[in-house]
Design a protein around this ligand. Structure first.
Ligand SMILES: Nc1ncnc2c1ncn2[C@@H]1O[C@H](COP(=O)(O)OP(=O)(O)OP(=O)(O)O)[C@@H](O)[C@H]1O
Ligand SMILES: [Mg+2]
Length: 269
């Protein structure tokens, strides 16, 4: 175990490489021979209709679901077969799940402290004194997600958007090198969504980032490249403009009945 941690810390490139990744639930193939390479420092957005396999793909990367085939490597090391906490701590992978996942009865700052300790370390959280460096780091991260004025507010009292920001703050705090965010703007207003995009661009600029999204303005705002998943397979990949104008994407997503081309988002939401 120590050996692996050492290796992962010392190898250089924060590149995520996925080859022929598959998962089958009974006879249903949810992720079907997916190949994906996200470069060091790149922000990649994955789009696709409901049920396309987007969340399942993140589950496979983060060890929540075991692959039935294929490989996932980050920084040159396999993530396959490792448990979620190992992938998070030793492989430097941070994840924000679909929908807010914060402790409602804890305050904003308590949620952040807990994130810093590792969410399963309640005893450490209760008994360990926080260093000045840790307090300053939490302060910086709360500032980054516009929650500095809310540090003593219970999470339950935050708006839906603010809960999402708190969770993004918790991910930023963990110093992950690969950050995966599942629908970070779901339920947000257009203004909150835009702010979230700027937040990601500013605070995760040096990370390798994989984001699942449905809001195409947001996708345009943050994505260096876009991958379209459809029925568990990669349907298209390229820049935002390339994907939006790809005939395969148009054929699959755009409404055909009125003969007019709407936005991709019309068909994804
Ligand atoms: N553990 C499981 N057992 C059986 N089927 C599953 C399991 N996990 C996911 N699925 C199925 O796999 C398919 C893909 O689900 P997934 O949650 O990855 O979709 P998604 O692209 O994230 O959709 P959405 O945009 O709605 O979040 C769905 O049909 C889902 O029901
Ligand atoms: Mg999903």
């Amino acid at each position: 175990m120590t050996e692996i941690v050492k290796d992962i810390n010392e190898t250089g490139n924060n590149r995520l490489v996925i080859k022929e990744l598959c998962v089958q639930f009974g006879s249903f193939v949810a992720v079907d021979h997916v190949n994906l390479m996200v470069e060091d420092g790149e922000t990649r957005v994955i789009i696709g209709p409901n049920g396309a396999g987007k969340t399942t793909l993140l589950d496979l990367i983060t060890g929540k679901t075991k692959a039935t085939g294929g490989t996932v490597e980050f920084r040159g090391h396999s993530l396959i077969g490792r448990d979620t906490s190992h992938i998070c701590r030793s492989c430097h992978v941070g994840r924000k799940f679909q929908g807010p996942n914060v402790f409602n009865e804890l305050t904003v700052i308590e949620n952040m402290r807990l994130a810093l300790m590792g969410n399963d370390n309640f005893l450490g959280y209760l008994f360990r004194r926080q260093s000045r460096e840790e307090a300053e780091k939490i302060h910086r991260c709360l500032d980054a997600v516009n929650l500095l004025d809310y540090e003593n507010v219970k999470a339950v009292s935050l708006s839906h958007g603010q809960k999402q920001w708190l969770e993004i703050g918790m991910v930023i705090l963990q110093d992950a090198r690969l950050v995966v965010l599942d629908e970070p703007t779901a339920g947000m207003t257009a203004e909150e969504t835009f702010k979230t995009g700027e937040m990601i661009k500013k605070n995760l600029a040096d990370k390798t980032v994989l984001v699942i999204e449905h809001d195409m303005d947001f996708v345009r705002q943050i994505a260096q490249k876009v991958t379209v998943l459809h029925m568990g397979k990669v349907l298209a990949e390229g820049t935002f403009d390339e994907v939006e104008n790809d005939p395969k994407v148009i054929q699959v997503y755009l409404k055909q009945d009125d003969g007019e081309r709407g936005g991709v988002e019309e068909c994804l939401n």
